[in-house]
Design a protein around this ligand. Sequence first.
Ligand SMILES: Nc1ncnc2c1ncn2[C@@H]1O[C@H](COP(=O)(O)OP(=O)(O)O)[C@@H](O)[C@H]1O
Ligand SMILES: O=C(CO)[C@@H](O)[C@H](O)[C@H](O)[C@H](O)COP(=O)(O)O
Length: 469
Amino acid sequence: MATLQSCTGDFVLGMDLGTTSVKVVLLEAQSNRVTDSRSFPTNSDISCTTDTHAKEQDPALIIAALDQCMDALPKDKLKKVKCIGVCGQMHGIVLWKSKSGCEWLGKDEIIRFIPKDVSQLITWQDGRCSADFLSSIPKPDSHLSVATGFGCATIFWYMKHRPEFLSDFSDAGTIQDYVVSMLGGLDKCVMTGQNAASWGYFNTTTNQWNTQILKDAGFPVHLLPVVVESGAVAGYTSSEWYGIPAHTPVGAALGDFQCSVYSCMTDKGDAVLNMSTSAQLTFGMPAEFSPPSSPDTLCPVAYFPYLHGSYLAVAASLNGGNVMATFVRMLDSWMKEFALEVNKSRIYSQLIQSALAQPNTDLTVTPTLLGERHDPTTSASVSQISPSNLSLGHMTRAVCRGIIENLATMMPPQSMQAAGVRCIIGSGSALSCNPVLQQEVERVFPFPVVYGKDVDSAVGVAMVFNDQT
Ligand SMILES: Nc1ncnc2c1ncn2[C@@H]1O[C@H](COP(=O)(O)OP(=O)(O)O)[C@@H](O)[C@H]1O
Ligand SMILES: O=C(CO)[C@@H](O)[C@H](O)[C@H](O)[C@H](O)COP(=O)(O)O
């Protein structure tokens, strides 16, 4: 596998293909400082009328948001990029035809690609694999269980319900693997253990897919990506791209949650609370830790591969910033019924302002709109309602409190203390843009809390590849 030792250039480009937005940063290699960052929402959700559990996104719109970001970065600096690091939403799957997954276009001196023979992205929020369905597929040889929204579970679902869909494609990966494949002109998708673990049927100890188990079940194993080390180079840009020279190294894609950790964890006693569309509370396991041999499906804490063979203990909640976003969408649609049009960011700022003026509430919101992987059938609820606690401030405070308390239920502060945690680092834009969530973190957890910025995963992936050179 190629290395980065001999790369010259002044900047590393970091990219995070998130569930809600795409973020890019330019990291100055010498100082390890971010000089420029851009973020654009993808607005890529596809509404599926036939299956309400389906959660899909349009890759063309994700790449359009990436184009907006790239177009807004300083052109002189892009010419001096020495390496590209990519991360993004884990677990999900997109399929494509390996020879024609994109088309390259050149206009006004800008060379870019657009998706061509590519499926929709079936995301980590997808709920089409029911508990019954999941119990009908083989048991994995892994310490990680398989949940709905995981790439391999989604392939099993298509095998049963729409096998002809799969035969249209020769390659598959997460959306971040797709981007790496297109930039590098790869014939076969490569994937790091971080993303492979998020698909299920991957043994993190041997760093291999459960190929025999999958073959025995008739699974199309030719769709499985080739696994490489986290931190490895996947290939080199096959063309100039937004001024970045051809032949620039592209790192194999990493998970967004591991990259958010890399951007800010400096000490063994640090835990990281990342909140974007979803939320993860995590801390590093000792170097000698090895995971159990089989999964505990009822445990809210999982052990995900990080770097150099180490693991992160993580409470990965499906209910983070998306809960606030759903609340905002609900208010927006109610107001539209009254023929009122209020800008979404105005709704966020009013909610936050109202909740800051309401520091406490007895209203209780259980925020688990999407269930949780260890408890998929749980749903959200509002309780302890009284005539005096129905203001916007009470409701927003209760939503934010519920999101944080749910995380504390999944990873209790006592267990964090016992593991040596002394400080929480807050990251992700849902947290950095919302002081009410910040107050609730500080109230619920008995640790000092410090905050990062809103583009942390993009910074983290740039740092990973800068540290290799
Ligand atoms: N104007 C805003 N004020 C506060 N929070 C916001 C605002 N807009 C979006 N958010 C929060 O940010 C979340 C999305 O964060 P983002 O970093 O874009 O996610 P991802 O990395 O998953 O793409 C939303 O789910 C919402 O909770
Ligand atoms: O579920 C996990 C890890 O198991 C998540 O932490 C993982 O980061 C996924 O990428 C997210 O669910 C999606 O990330 P984001 O778009 O919410 O930032």
